[in-house]
Design a protein around this ligand. Sequence first.
Ligand code: SF4
Length: 351
Amino acid sequence: MSSEPRPASPPAEPLLRVEGLTKHFPVLKGFLRRRVGTVRAVDDVSFTLGRKKTLAVVGESGCGKTTAGRALLRLVEPDKGHVWFRGKDVPTLGADELRDMRRHMQIIFQDPFSSLNPRHTIGQIVGRPLVLHGVAANMVEAEEQVRDLLARVGLQPKYISRYPHEFSGGQRQRIGIARAIALRPDFVVCDEAVSALDVSVRAQVLNLLMDLQEEFGLSYVFVTHDLSVVRHIADDVVVMYLGQIVERAPRDSLFARPSHPYTQALLSAAPEPDPAKRRKRIVLAGDVPSPMNVPSGCRFHTRCPLAFDRCRVDTPAQHTVADGHVVACHLYEGRIEPIDLAAAVADRAAV
Ligand code: SF4
């Protein structure tokens, strides 16, 4: 018998592979709708999502995270890039193929008040995708499945004939979740799905999403600005700033050793229940620049307390600082230890 080590099995193919995703919006002005600028909402974004995993996409408002999430499903059409899913590149699909693919990829919206048609009953809202995709022949046939789905998301099946306005915010979000999982998708984009909910309801809905992930083998891209949600639900995290990923890491690695100056500032502003882990608050100067007018070089240089000449000219490459942990910052050329932004800011102030 050969004593040769057996070749390692190839890494499992991720459920979703995103490469170079880009979406720019024209800015039009005047009667003739002349193009006067470009909003660079998402610029060359790449990541992978594993099966039964949750990838959180975080950043301040305007960083492009919502556009990125919607571009995955082509709810906004990407300009460039690939979204590999179930062996196909989603941006290249024709209308029929895309409709079939949508069965496997769904979205839960932020606002449970506006995402449900007020003139439709809950039975119609949740049952309609089943009929559209031929899972049920008609709404009568869909009814049994809708009752099951309502029960599965913690709502009483007898609510099937009620209208959205008869429910609380948390209940409406459960209805949105029932609609999203009705077709048993592989992958769901949760677009700030718990941001509009009270804190106690938020925890219940997050726990429901985690239970459903376990039961149905779902993968989530969770778009959020809330780091406590990230801590609760994510396996992996990407941090976005002005349309680009500045840091990408497994969740525990990101919270244990945030490396990009922007990530360190974000985390320093987040509530930390453990006093021993509280970070010194780092307040960034100025506001996020307009995505119509992104800074040259490193896009964060106008607010980065550690920016130096090269940052204004050269776009930083991505540097690996730990297993699966990547940072786009010149300071990590030949370095893996996280810089201490708070200390560096204090030192500079003392000079
Ligand atoms: Fe700051 Fe320069 Fe790093 Fe950008 S590349 S985060 S400006 S130090």
